[in-house]
Design a protein around this ligand. Structure first.
Ligand code: PLP
Length: 462
């Protein structure tokens, strides 16, 4: 066959894509009918499609391209590493320079005594590692019955069997007979949708205390760990009320269970610090990392674990690992990404300059007639669409109808902004400039206006 190129006609690209390529989280038949948008190049915060449109990427790919697209340094490092040592494993008493350097660098960046790294290829498989690691931890300590992991409804922890089970997405559980046994769920701290008449502070405490109730219900001697994202990402950028995390920390300490912070989105500058756990003072025993670790340039993830967990796990043979755990090319690229994040002071610039600017502009969208709650932490934000800000009412139309409408308007206006149900979410590259933030906000407002007009004309603004 003749391979197509980025310069091939869009219709040909779409036809071949439809014929053979199955897309994640997509209804294939519907997509194949309309044809996927073909992204051919990218630079900085901007994507180019096969029609030559320039699209502002308000999602940093899939929350991952923290340093922006087109950094040739990463390409050079990858090429050099491929020539020197393209692959070797770390299973059988061997190691290599990129893996040990990256592990040491992560130990330096991670808070507290999180000093040891187990590598995976992404976030889902890193959470599979965590699941097996915390159960093995308690078994090694002579308490194998401590094997229940508590998570939260509407959490996202990946799409493998372990990741889906740890996640709280009912639509995902429904496919493949999940979750696996031994996972329990408490409710999420989503005040806008579920807070009723409580103040956010009261609600935050109440939702945190569900963890204590669940521990007592399951039995303290049966609970291994609690897993949570510092800020829920795929669930709609849900920022917990301020009372939530301190209370979670109190409960975790009181009952002596392990705390896993899933930092796959929040890590590497997204919240204005290196890790979301620092922004929210979470102090976890294990952090899941992926996405921004390599800014998406190579697939890599992992678990950064405490001295104590590493010591206990180190006492046995942990029968676990991936062919690509600590892949040398991925590690070398991640190291170069971390160098750029640090040397160009990207995290500091986010915290001190661009995130405050984005916050002000993004919150100004709150005066739009269709926008209710606006939440933003660092470079991840969301707004709840509603027909009634006062009552926080959902739309009468099926959940997600208006959100999807708004997403389509954004895409037509060359802005990538995602919707989760009727929440609109952004997570731009950390290198976005103030000018680009202005463009993002202008396009978002135009798209909101158009979606609002459409909802009104179709009788759905109710
Ligand atoms: C994306 C994500 C994952 C899964 O990572 P993959 O690399 O897609 O396997 C896990 N946890 C969180 C919080 C994520 O956002």
């Amino acid at each position: 066959m003749t391979l197509l190129t980025a310069n091939s006609p869009t219709a040909e690209l779409q036809a071949l894509d439809a014929a053979h390529h199955m897309h994640p989280f997509t209804q294939g038949a519907g997509l194949n009918e309309k044809g996927a948008r073909m992204i051919t190049r990218a630079e900085g915060c901007w994507l180019t499609d096969s029609e030559g449109n320039r699209i502002l990427d308000g999602m940093a790919g899939l929350w991952c391209v923290n340093i922006g697209y087109g950094r040739r340094e990463l390409a050079s490092v990858a090429a050099r590493q491929m020539e020197e040592l393209p692959y070797y494993n770390t299973f059988f008493q061997t190691s290599h320079v990129p893996a040990l350097n990256l592990a040491a660098r992560l130990a330096e960046l991670a808070p507290g005594d999180l000093n040891h790294v187990f590598f995976a290829s992404g976030g889902s498989d890193a959470n599979d590692t965590n699941l097996r690691m915390v159960r093995t931890y308690w078994a090694e300590k002579g308490q194998p019955e401590k094997n229940v992991i508590i998570s939260r409804w509407n959490a996202y922890h990946g799409s493998t069997i372990g990741g889906t089970s740890l996640g709280g997405m009912k639509g995902m559980h429904g496919q493949g007979d999940l979750p696996i046994p031994g996972i329990e769920f408490i409710d999420q701290p989503n005040w806008w949708a579920e807070g009723g008449d409580m103040t956010p502070e009261e609600f935050g405490l109440m939702r945190a205390r569900q963890l204590e109730e669940k521990i007592l219900e399951v039995g303290q001697d049966k609970v291994a760990a609690f897993i949570a994202e510092p800020v829920q990402g795929a669930g709609g950028v849900i920022v917990a009320p301020e009372t939530y995390w301190p209370e979670i920390r109190r409960i975790v300490d009181k009952y002596g269970i392990l705390l896993i912070a899933d930092e796959v989105i929040c890590g590497f500058g997204r919240t204005g610090n290196w890790f979301g756990s620092q922004t929210l003072d979470i102090r976890p025993d294990i952090m899941t990392i992926a996405k921004g670790l390599s800014s998406g340039y190579m697939p890599i993830g992992g678990s950064i674990v405490s001295d104590e967990v590493a010591k206990v796990i180190g006492g046995t043979e942990f029968n676990h690992g991936y062919t690509y755990s600590g892949h040398p090319v991925a590690c070398a690229v991640a190291l170069e990404n971390l160098r750029i994040l640090e040397e160009e002071k990207i995290v500091d610039t986010v915290r001190d300059q661009t995130a405050p600017y984005l916050k002000e502009k993004f919150e100004s969208l709150g005066n739009h007639p269709m926008v209710g709650e606006v939440k933003i932490v660092g470079m991840m934000g969301s707004m709840a669409l509603t027909p009634n800000k006062g009552t926080r009412a959902p739309f009468a139309a099926d959940a997600g109808t208006i959100g999807f409408m708004c997403r389509e308007r954004c895409f037509a206006n060359n802005l990538v902004m995602r919707h989760v149900g009727d929440r609109m979410i952004i997570s731009p590259p950390l290198v976005i400039s103030k000018d680009e933030i202005d463009t993002l906000i202008d396009r978002a407002r135009t798209s909101l206006d158009e979606a609002h007009a459409q909802a009104v004309s179709e009788g759905l603004f109710a």
